[in-house]
Design a protein around this ligand. Structure first.
Ligand code: AQP
Length: 323
């Protein structure tokens, strides 16, 4: 039997090429070899988006993004997290066996705290809700970007903790992280992230993508000067699109001098637009029939619900609330 894959993306803003290369591309590449469950993490997004219209638009947009990228609803169970409320019930059981200091060690929480944001309880509890998403489905693998590795480790720890207290109930999931694409840098060289506003939108218009690419931060070397590809933010993004030979050639041009950053950015823009052209067309096709997209999500939820309800029965019994 094929192994089970589960992962999700928050509808917390516009999907960017970091999300695509870190996570979504893997979902698409692996859909033929895994029993795949891919969801829209709308409950997670409420930790940052508390606006009805924005959230529901974002949910539909992520559904379109998934389909546009090439996820085939005949192969992949696509659903939205909030359609499986069992997940929040399980998160509660997990909360009751999790300590505050343990969650305080989560890097995502520490980052949010350091930015001196008022951290809400939902954000603090994010790793536990994510553990519930993964464990309730008995997932074998969770494809994620490297920034989420710790959260999958939290899921493993939580499974072990629960199994120790209540008896063997959960599988220990493995993260799937692509080695050369672990963290995709944004236009300022930091991790590409919606909250840093340094993203290149995956499904932006040509103009939006161009604007983002032209903003990539470089040093001030003239076109004639030799440049260091290994410290160049543009070169780091070329690595996502070019094969070994093409990269070797570009590296030589960097070192030799004569290649301006502007030209390198224009080349990158072409690479991005070439990649997204067919994805964009597919996305537009689905966007013409939003009702069918909603139906895909409803059917996915129905399928996932059967598995989750069965698992929940066992969990309630283990915990002792089923009498
Ligand atoms: N820069 C990145 N490089 C590699 N992978 C990335 N991912 C995100 N950014 C990068 C991966 O995309 C998946 C979905 O991410 P998410 O939307 O659930 O949340 P995120 O990781 O929090 O994405 P952002 O843009 O960084 O959002 P904010 O700013 O809200 O924190 C995950 O698998 C993630 O690893």
């Amino acid at each position: 039997m094929a192994k089970k894959l589960l992962s999700g993306i928050q509808p917390s803003g516009t999907i960017h090429i970091g999300n695509y290369f870190g996570a979504m591309k893997q979902f698409v590449d692996l859909q033929d070899s895994y029993d795949s469950y891919v969801f829209i993490a709308d409950l997670h997004a409420i930790t940052t988006i508390q606006n009805r219209e924005e959230l529901s638009n974002n949910i539909l947009n992520v559904a379109l993004d998934y389909l546009g990228c090439g996820l085939d609803p005949k192969k992949v169970c696509l659903f939205k997290q909030s359609d499986l409320m069992e997940v929040t019930e399980l998160a509660w059981y997990f909360n009751c066996i999790t300590t505050m200091p343990y969650l305080e060690r989560a890097t995502a929480y520490k980052d949010a705290y350091q930015k001196a944001k008022e951290v809400n309880v939902g954000l603090f509890d994010y790793p536990i809700l994510m553990a519930a998403d993964i464990l309730i489905q008995d997932a074998d693998v969770v494809p994620v970007g490297a920034d989420q590795k710790q959260h999958v480790e939290y899921a493993r720890d939580t499974a072990q903790k629960f199994n120790n207290i209540y008896g063997e109930t959960f599988k220990l999931p493995e993260p799937l992280i692509l080695k050369n694409m672990a963290i995709i840098p944004g236009v300022d060289g930091r991790k590409m992230s919606k909250s840093y506003k340094n993203t290149i939108p995956l499904f932006g218009t040509d103009e939006e993508i161009k604007k983002a690419v032209m903003k990539i931060v470089t040093d001030s070397k003239t076109p004639e000067e030799s440049k260091d590809p290994d410290t160049c933010n543009i070169f780091a993004l070329h690595k996502l699109f070019l094969d070994v030979e093409e990269l070797k050639y570009l590296r030589e041009r960097y070192v030799k001098g004569g290649l301006s950053y502007k030209e390198s950015k224009e080349m990158l823009l072409d690479e991005i637009l070439k990649l997204i052209k067919p994805m964009r067309e597919r996305r537009e096709m689905y966007a013409k029939d939003i009702d069918s997209v909603k139906e895909i999500l409803a059917n996915g939820a129905k399928k996932a619900k059967i598995i989750v309800a069965e698992k929940m029965n066992i969990i309630r019994d283990r915990v002792g609330v089923k009498i």
